[in-house]
Design a protein around this ligand. Sequence first.
Ligand code: AHR
Length: 503
Amino acid sequence: MDASITLLPEAAVGPVADELFGSFVEHLGRAVYTGIYEPGHPAADEQGFRRDVLGLVRELRVPLVRYPGGNFLSGYDWRDGVGPRETRPVRLDRAWHTVEPNEVGIDEFCDWARKAGAEVMAGVNMGTGTPQDAADLVEYCNHPGGTAWSDLRIRNGHRAPHAIKRWCVGNEMDGDWQIGHLDAVDYGKKAREAMKLMRWTDETIQTVVCGSASPNMPTWPEWDRIVLEHTYDLADYLSIHRYYENPGDDDDFLASHLDMDRFIEISAATCDYVKAKVRSKKTMMLSFDEWNVWYQSRQAPHPWERAPRLLEDRYSLLDALVFGGMAISLLNHADRVRVACLAQLVNVIAPIFTEPGGPAWRQTIFYPFRDVSTLGRGVALRPIVRSPLKATKSCGDVPALAAAAVRDEKSGEIAVFALNEDRARPLRATVDLAAFGASEMADRTELCGPDLSAANSAERPDAVRPARVRVARGDAGRYAVTLKPASWNVLRFRPGRAATRAG
Ligand code: AHR
């Protein structure tokens, strides 16, 4: 059976929030030190930020970066990271068993984010931190001046407020690995008090409360319900996280996005249940602020060290395809997922990799992220996908084709993202845009190759990268394309002359 993707103007998911293409920088491993920041590197700017890394971040068009954690957040005192560097304490970061020099703190990170063209989504510590600490940080960052904390920011060289709009109230608080881990009721109460103080400090901010750390937690989804019942009126988003690693079967791994669909839908349903229960008119949005492929099983114990090599997954072509499937899932749920953060950005489970004193390069997952981030802005359409099924070991029979599509309202251009999960067979597919009137295929790329384990490295930075494919001519708005086995495909269409010949 051939496959098809049909798009209709009336079948839309909804507008895609720019913040769907956010990312995450944690004080973890070499994300900050020798990642974004390396004074003395030939590419370092006057503040010690690596220009080569900044260039790659800009290429990804990341609009928002979550900071400073992650697990790190729950033991972090933000005051350690402000003021003259020579007086900042060196601390043990007990979350990642690392020595934290505090050379980068909230002020430097906001400077870096500005250079990267991104806003900061800051986290407040709900482990060892108090609601007062959280509100003080909001005051330090956002209050114009004339108070102790805002004047300290000014003395530290930042007259203009950082104007941080979105705030994460803790991180993964139901995980026993979390410093200061709490049960749902205790976290719900603490988060509520913190949000009250934070909002009374700056009423324009938005807040994100912690959902369960993962759907694999025994606390999920009951944790989310209880936390929301305590915080529904004060929160704007429920934070959700999901990582996948190869379970030992490539087909099951490729089907990860189906599990992600279900996870998002149950998270949204849990929010809606609480919405009804607390008689609210507000619809809670999801902040999917950690998502990626992550080989958690590869972690090993290490000594106390500054900037150790932690979570430095080298991504394969297969990982990039799975990642593309996850991006499709996000776009298809853009009505509820209003913030998403690729976890993370540099070195630590990241699309960008660096060597200290050496080069920076694009990992395989860089490409599907860049595709959706650059072409996935607009209104997400709900594609009607017909696909042959393929058998998997644990997921049963699943469609070989997954797809998402986004229409740029201004230009009328439509981008289609399509994943052929069949590792053996090409898919002959029709992309049907007839309902949109005259169009032409403007551009087409594919990411695929004979070796699914291929990866990029300092020596071979371009071993895996997308290739341009000859565009197809449409026949009355229908385009016949062949999607190679195990391939990530991007097809861009623009409104145009009606093309009549099949190509
Ligand atoms: O992104 C790596 C870690 O994964 C984060 O610190 C934590 O929030 C999650 O468990």
